[in-house]
Design a protein around this ligand. Structure first.
Ligand SMILES: Cc1cc2nc3c(=O)[nH]c(=O)nc-3n(C[C@H](O)[C@H](O)[C@H](O)COP(=O)(O)OP(=O)(O)OC[C@H]3O[C@@H](n4cnc5c(N)ncnc54)[C@H](O)[C@@H]3O)c2cc1C
Length: 412
């Protein structure tokens, strides 16, 4: 088939990879130059440890508390936007124990599937993602958080995931080059991390070598339909005829889906990262500074530090007031890494595509026979990339899918 994928983020690229492998002819349409999107500046974690969806008990109360502080890791820009209101209401109704109990097993299925495929893909592509399977540390400074993290570790065991609760001294013993100032931590050996830029460059090179066409600087505006099929993709530079469409547009998913008659809820969740180059001392393990919602990733001699979640629409503006606490938290947990406050130009921002229940949307359109959608991966789009790509291929070919997809259906 001639398949058109919209969006050259990691979800578009992995979908292309699995589809071309089956002999399909793939064209990717990307509105930008393919050198930056949410898939480039993220923390690079492959995290089976994130099996609890974002919408979970306690998160609403915590979010409201954070909203009152200009330096907190969470912010919603107040605005009259029906889409945001609908999203907020759905998030509120989903943030409970029953929904988490229902959704966590499905999230675990796709996280495990994807972790294994991501490792295979990295090996197949000559270790081009620089993927490391050494695990991740969840670090905390308060007893309350320690208690919560220990409960999560216990929950992880139910899914067969090893998770070790560590004392301050045990955390320090794992870090030879830097001091660690924490109350304790939990170690998830199953987690991995990779270099997001290397991953994107490697995937792009691979699919081009396999025969993909990528139309950069083409923005998809609309579609033409014939009977129950989408027959043409209309871009600002012309029309592309197609036999099947895969929509993988990250934070633009709600807008593009609407043009296809699909009503799904999605909000961009802005985050920042700063990459510090050529360090003399670096972390041995990636870590999440849980009390401050900051992610730290050693990438060779570089160190990437990221955080914040701002629901402020499609908007890449950088607010240095919210960058400062990220750097402060890093220096507080690792007192001798001495990270400088970056200049404005050194801060990257990206938009996480957030669904209100914390699960991605992966499914065929209920309205058109030849449209597949993959998006809404929020904070775990890298973790779920390879699994999603494989599932997209199976949906396009109408095969039995590797895992049940009902929980990820589009209109829910
Ligand atoms: C600070 C931060 C840290 C993160 N850390 C992690 C992590 O450690 N692990 C993890 O798993 N995830 C992480 N994430 C989340 C992860 O980065 C995202 O889930 C993932 O990159 C989403 O990929 P995507 O392909 O869906 O979207 P994107 O990468 O945003 O790609 C979508 C593409 O679609 C294109 N597009 C949109 N509309 C159109 C149109 N009309 N026409 C043509 N093209 C269009 C866009 O230009 C874009 O290039 C993090 C995110 C942030 C912000």
């Amino acid at each position: 088939m001639q398949i058109t994928i919209i969006g050259a983020g990691i979800i578009g690229l992995t979908s292309a990879y699995y589809l071309i492998k089956e002999g399909h002819e793939v064209t990717i349409i990307e509105k930008n130059e393919g050198t930056d999107n949410c898939s480039f500046g993220n923390a690079g974690y492959i995290s089976p440890s994130h099996f609890i969806p974002l919408a979970s008990p306690g998160i609403v109360a915590q979010g409201l508390k954070w909203m009152l502080s200009s330096s907190s890791p969470f912010y919603i820009k107040p605005r009259l936007d029906t889409s945001l209101v609908r999203w907020g209401l759905k998030f509120y109704t989903k943030a409970n124990e029953n929904t988490v109990a229902q959704n966590a097993p499905h999230l675990n299925n796709i996280l495990q599937l994807s972790r294994n495929l991501m490792i295979d893909l990295d090996l197949e592509l000559n270790h081009g993602f620089q993927l490391e399977t050494k695990g991740c540390l969840m670090l905390y400074k308060t007893e309350k958080t320690g208690h919560h993290e220990a409960e999560l570790a216990h929950e992880a065991l139910k899914y067969g995931m090893e998770a070790t609760v560590l004392s301050q001294a045990e955390v320090q013993a794992m870090e030879s080059e830097v001091k660690v100032d924490v109350l304790g931590g939990v170690y998830f050996p199953i987690d991995c991390h990779l270099h997001p830029v290397r991953m994107m460059e490697t995937m792009k090179a691979k699919i081009l070598e396999m025969g993909a066409t990528i139309l950069y600087g083409h923005e998809v505006k609309d579609f033409e339909f014939e009977n129950k099929k989408a027959s043409q993709v209309i871009t600002d530079k012309g029309v592309v005829k197609t036999e099947h469409i895969v929509v993988a547009v990250g934070s633009w998913l709600e807008i593009i889906s609407r043009k296809l008659g699909i009503d799904l809820l999605l909000q961009p969740g802005k985050g920042y990262s700063i990459t510090y180059g050529k360090r003399t001392n670096n972390l041995s393990f990636p870590s999440i500074l849980v009390d401050d919602r900051v992610a730290m990733t050693p990438l060779g001699s570089e160190l990437r530090v990221g955080g914040t979640m701002e629901l402020c629409g499609i908007n890449h503006e950088i607010n240095m007031n919210r960058v400062k606490p990220i750097v402060q938290a890093a220096n507080s947990y690792y007192p001798d890494i001495n990270l400088e406050m970056p200049t404005f130009k050194k801060v990257w921002s990206g938009l996480r595509p957030c669904s209100p229940d914390g699960l991605p949307y992966i499914g065929n359109s209920p309205h058109h026979e030849n449209v597949t959608v993959a998006g809404g991966h929020a904070m775990i789009g890298i973790s779920l990339a390879a699994g999603t790509g494989l599932l997209v291929k199976q949906l396009v070919q109408q095969e039995k899918t590797e895992i049940p997809l009902h929980a990820f259906r589009l209109e829910r």
